[in-house]
Design a protein around this ligand. Structure first.
Ligand SMILES: [Zn+2]
Length: 226
């Protein structure tokens, strides 16, 4: 017996609908990963301790112009920063691991951070890496095409980086020599927490109407007793 065409069409339509709904769901999921707005920060840089609000390995320092970005990332993702600036620093001595990085690494300018999950046992690519992977995809949705303000993102498919190893984030910056501060650095705009809208003030209710006194009897007229 021939199967009615209309049923096949209906089944196809349903399948397409399911796919469309799934795609819409994916779109909603990735809408959290919208491209960051960014700006150039050309204020004077300085290598500073990363700060206690950002979970980090002992002694990590970065250029202060990326601290706010790292603070925002630490609030959004459970991350632990293991390396920032690497090199000599007046008054401090040797910071970070100079020999751990490639020749023109942004670590030598304090404009890079190496990141691992905050709750990682140190062994392999486990579930704790999921938020770090999300962060990596946000910064670099396509391999070797980081989004500004990031200059280079080292993760999966990059040698010595990736899930189970570490995520490297570099911020775009003016050319600078090793162990020198860049004239400017590009940073993303840290979203401002939405301010609770002020409740509209209701006008006070109008006062109740004054009671109208009963009319006085005409003056001089006696009210006759019944
Ligand atoms: Zn690195």
């Amino acid at each position: 017996m021939r199967r009615p065409t209309i049923q096949i069409r209906a089944a196809r339509f349903a399948a397409v609908l399911v796919l469309a709904v799934a795609a819409a769901g994916l779109g909603a999921a990735s809408s959290a990963a919208v491209a960051p707005a960014y700006h150039t920060n050309d204020r004077l840089g300085k290598i500073v301790p990363i700060g206690s609000s950002i979970p980090h390995a002992e002694g990590v320092m970065v250029d202060r112009r990326i601290v706010n970005n790292l603070l925002y990332l630490a609030q959004k993702y459970p991350i632990y920063v293991v390396e920032g600036y690497a090199g000599p620093l007046a008054g401090v001595g040797e910071v970070g691991c100079r020999r751990c990085h490639v020749k023109h690494s942004d670590h030598f300018n304090g404009l890079a951070a190496d990141i691992v999950p905050l709750y990682w046992d140190g062994f392999g690519c486990d579930r704790s890496w999921k938020p770090v992977t999300r962060l990596a995809r946000w910064a670099e949705p396509r391999q070797n095409r980081p989004r500004l303000p990031f200059r280079w993102v080292g993760y999966n498919r990059d040698y010595n980086h990736g899930c189970g190893n570490h995520l490297h984030l570099s911020w775009d910056h003016a050319p600078a020599k090793r162990f020198e501060l860049a004239d400017w650095v590009t940073v993303f705009d840290v979203p401002v927490k939405p301010v609770k809208p002020v409740e509209p003030v209701e006008p006070p209710p109008p006062p109740p109407p004054e009671p109208v006194p009963p009319p006085l009897p005409p003056e001089g007229r006696e009210v006759a007793a019944p």
